[in-house]
Design a protein around this ligand. Sequence first.
Ligand code: HEC
Ligand code: HEC
Length: 213
Amino acid sequence: MVKRFMVLSLVLCAAVAAQAAEKPAAPQVDAAKGQQIASQVCVACHNADGNSAVPANPKLAGQHQEYIYKQLKNFKAADGKPAERVNPIMGGMVAALSDADMKNVAAYYASQTLKGETAKNANTVEAGQKLYRAGNASKNLPACAACHGPAGGGIPAQYPRISGQFAEYTEAQLKAFRAGERGNDPNGMMRTVALKMTDAEIKAVADYVAGLR
Ligand code: HEC
Ligand code: HEC
């Protein structure tokens, strides 16, 4: 009796072990599937390679995968809660995307090469650079470089690349953070920064960042 029981449990253990080994791994992120979404849907505004042509549509090429994925999730109203980042256009775009779609398209755009903008206003580049590198101690404004890196490449996963982006888009985001219209930044990090900035400082740093590499 005891012996039969032992044999049975051995068989059971073996069966459980075999099942564990056969269990399919979590689905892999698939940039090729992401490319399909990009070339069918996102292409209209962000281009197939993520180098958008219109300043209102941010460049996505070379942006960190985790950041792109987080933004897509934030644009989506889920579980009866409103979207954390409110934008009517992008809200419509993400409505049809599954979690896997968002991961895949994020991986695809992250793998593309950014074609960066250039600074256009020679009169404010120096002021912009100073703000970027050193902030403004007199009003406790931290250096952008502390979180976005010395060359604006960001620090994955939390801190996005901002170098090479359209100045118009960067300016609009800083103003949206300042007004609290964009509030999806962890711990209010960007709202705290932007609240300390004047319009002139925002313009100067946005133009500088466009040309930063
Ligand atoms: C009709 C135009 C349009 C289409 C199509 C579109 N987008 Fe956007 N996207 C925008 C605009 C405009 C913004 C800027 C929103 C804002 O000002 O906050 C944006 C912002 C984003 C951002 C935030 C970028 C950042 O730096 O924070 C991501 C990520 C993004 N889009 C991904 C996508 C993906 C992926 C698709 C395809 C599934 C897509 N978009 C399709 C217009 C579009
Ligand atoms: C304390 C850290 C910190 C500092 C300092 C900081 N940032 Fe940020 N910034 C963040 C984080 C975190 C995000 C991402 C928010 C999110 O998840 O949506 C961000 C996002 C942004 C974005 C939005 C990017 C996009 O693609 O939409 C811009 C633009 C930006 N920061 C510009 C700046 C500038 C310019 C400065 C300096 C004046 C600065 N930041 C200083 C942490 C910081």
